[in-house]
Design a protein around this ligand. Sequence first.
Ligand code: SF4
Ligand code: SF4
Length: 244
Amino acid sequence: MYREKARLYSAIMPTPKKSRVELYRRVYEKFQAPVSRFDCGRHCAPHNGGQPVCCDTGNAVPIVDKWEWQLLQSRSDLWRLFKPKSAVDRAIVADMHSECRAVECKGAAHCERDNRSLACRAFPFFPYITRERQILGLAGFWYFEDRCWVLSNLAVVTPQFVTECLEAYEAIFAEDPEEFDVNRRLSADMRGVFTKRNRIIPLIGRDGRYYAVEPRTHRLRPATTVEFGRHGPYKDEPVAAAAE
Ligand code: SF4
Ligand code: SF4
């Protein structure tokens, strides 16, 4: 079982400046498309003690800002504040901005689709932003490549998901420029890591097509999913059928 904790959610949360409850309500209404036609948790859970990787706080602790937390509390009792169980957990909570909350749900067996956090809806993707501040599409949280089945099977991601995910983030960026900056920094981190590894960055463009960001030059070019490779326990599994 994997125990490494993700830094993604705490890393991407900005400082809220005004109430954004209504913003998150709108985002929840519009961003409902699942990442794929498959229940992808069936693919990763067998490698994670039976729990989908992204629904297990042993792997990733979702962080929401206080406005999203208010909204979630008003809609459901699915979520509660996360209780640190280890030094790593305590470090995650200590690193968090004071206006953010680490949360955990009741688990995959009790999931309520309408009451998933934005982090749940977007996982395992974030908007990829260039140095020139252009949003090119969706990139995956690379540090989950060894656990998340979707990141070894980008062909399953539906165009509807790509559209809704990008629109959700753009709605948030319009009210919260800091969120844009944090995702821009995350994209820059990814370029640094992939340049060191001499790997292309796999991207799903706004048009639903696949692209590669070349290491070092960061030039964008069309790509095929075969070039993206497969990772961890999924390396030798059959390739999943493409989304329609
Ligand atoms: S998004 Fe990835 S980690 Fe989450 S359930 Fe699907 S395959 Fe598993
Ligand atoms: S709300 Fe659903 S998708 Fe989100 S972590 Fe819980 S079980 Fe997973």
